[in-house]
Design a protein around this ligand. Structure first.
Ligand code: SAM
Length: 481
């Protein structure tokens, strides 16, 4: 029997859209909703343009063992699955072909599209980004000449964010590992700031029942104070006219509508309404003081978990004054280095190659100034696509290049069957027969999963040690974790 905290239930009485009985019942029902979001960047590389509305592509129906699937109505690339497969044993997830994301969170797409001209080049900051659900969605929505800075303050979580970002494959992304205060060094820099704030987490109670015991009113208060600190640090980095998208997975009014009121008391921002379809079941709320618009997701009304989102436009702000530094940690690659790398990249992409110590990375040419500015002001874990290192006249290709959307389609590849691909992803020995010697792309269902090097008498597996699959496939076929 699920015991939801009484204080939480009592505090929600009177909140628009909250119906105690239905809310308790949906938590007791044991119902689980699983959803995934496809990567249109990879899809278009493999199969041509993504066509929205055609249902889940066959390859995913097979891979995820789906008799049918349903599109998530507020998302271009999101689908509900009828059950939760053992994702870890699907090579396509390691290829960055899709991401497992809770359906309500995908509403960020609507928040961005309805408030921002996404066909323009934008500078977007995702301030609380790990493990990368919102960031990979943002990567799929913004144009290739836009910049996405994905930041996470906790180092270990920043590593997971980096891994998911690499798998998604875009070149216009910088992963940073900084406290929100670091962004005060970039006044009026961003067009959009997404703050998916750390919160008391009640919205996930249906999915993670063990979190129920950790909930307390004191923690809601602590979260409210921390949310204010994060917002206060981030707001100066937003341009005048720029959009702040604030979200939590908490039902508590303090962390949702009250934060909206605090924001409007403290900064000159306007609250922005969003359009929703009645059939989606999303509840529009208004804050007590400023009547700020908020959008609540209750699992008894929406096919998804608990979520809150609100959008604001900043009215005032000065110009952006940060100058790119004269001397940077990054140098442009030499002509010779660029010539060695060129055959590995798709032709026609406007990319600049940079060198940091021994490593070469590719980043969109038109974002050169932004790159240097970010590198100079915030701790960067990874910028653009790490292409590899030069040894003599050869490139030692990096794993990130294999998973990127900038890699040339003419590189020699071998295709593995599912069991072989899993062996490869475990970093075990793989035997394939190929006449080609040297660096070879490893593919599963046309998606790149990494590199191998074919030598005269053996094959070296270059799958990154830290990312390999450790879990064993259980003998019985009822695995559902
Ligand atoms: N946006 C992520 C996604 O969609 O995958 C989920 C973000 S999670 C709700 C909140 C994140 O904020 C966590 O990764 C957490 O480590 C980070 N965080 C915790 N304390 C923070 C702080 N004081 N400032 C900024 N971020 C913080």
């Amino acid at each position: 029997m699920v015991q939801l905290p009484q204080q939480l239930l009592d505090s929600l009485t009177g909140v628009a859209g909250f119906s105690r009985e239905a809310f308790v019942q949906v938590h007791e029902s044991g119902e689980q909703v699983t959803s995934v979001r496809m990567n249109p960047g990879k899809w278009s590389m493999v199969n041509g343009e993504w066509s929205i509305g055609n249902g889940l592509p066959t390859i995913f129906q097979q891979s995820l063992n789906l008799p049918s699937s349903t599109k998530i109505p507020w998302s271009s690339y999101g689908y509900y699955l009828p059950e939760r497969p053992a994702f870890i044993f699907d090579p396509l997830i390691h290829a960055g072909a899709y991401y497992v994301q809770e359906a309500s969170s995908m509403f960020l797409e609507q928040a961005l599209m309805q408030t921002t001209a996404i066909d323009q080049p934008l500078r977007v900051l995702d301030l609380c980004a790990a493990p990368g659900g919102k960031s990979t969605l943002l990567q799929s929505l913004i144009s290739p000449d836009s910049l996405l800075v994905s930041n996470e303050v906790i180092k270990s979580r920043a590593a997971i964010l980096e891994e998911n970002s690499v798998k998604w494959g875009g070149a216009n992304v910088i992963v940073t590992n900084a406290d929100p205060a670091a962004f005060e060094r970039l006044p009026n820099f961003f067009d959009v700031i997404v703050i998916d704030a750390p919160c008391s987490g009640s919205g996930l109670f249906r999915r993670e029942q063990e979190a129920i015991g950790e909930w307390s009113e004191q923690n809601v208060t602590l979260c409210y104070q921390r949310q204010q600190r994060i917002l206060a640090a981030a707001l100066p980095a937003l341009k005048a006219g720029g959009v702040l998208i604030y979200s939590t997975c908490s039902y508590s009014k303090e962390e949702d509508e009250d934060i909206a009121d605090w924001l409007m008391d403290t900064f000159t921002v306007d609250s922005l309404p969003l359009q929703t379809e009645t059939s989606w079941g999303i509840v529009e709320t208004r804050s007590d003081k400023h009547q700020a618009y908020g959008y609540r997701f209750f699992p008894d009304k929406v096919k998804g978990e608990g979520f809150f989102i609100g959008c604001f436009r900043k009215q005032e702000g000065g110009g952006h004054s940060t100058r790119p530094p004269k001397k940077s940690l990054l140098q442009k690659a030499s002509r010779n280095e660029s010539a060695i790398v060129q055959p590995w990249l798709q032709a026609g992409l406007q990319l600049q190659l940079w060198k940091q110590k021994e490593e070469l990375l590719a980043f969109p040419q038109q974002l050169e100034k932004d790159l240097l500015t970010i590198v100079d002001n915030v701790y960067v874990r990874r910028a653009g696509i790490t292409v590899g290192k030069i040894a003599g006249n050869d490139l030692l290709p990096d794993h990130a290049l294999a998973l990127s959307t900038i890699i040339s389609a003419s590189i020699v590849a071998v295709t593995l069957k599912k069991e072989e691909a899993i062996q490869y992803l475990r970093r075990e020995e793989v035997s394939v027969s190929t006449p080609h010697k040297g660096w070879t792309l490893v593919q599963y269902e046309h998606y790149n999963i990494g590199w191998m090097k074919v030598l005269a008498n053996r094959i070296n597996n270059y799958y990154p040690q830290g990312w390999r699959i450790l879990k064993r496939i259980p003998d019985h076929s009822s695995e559902n974790s």
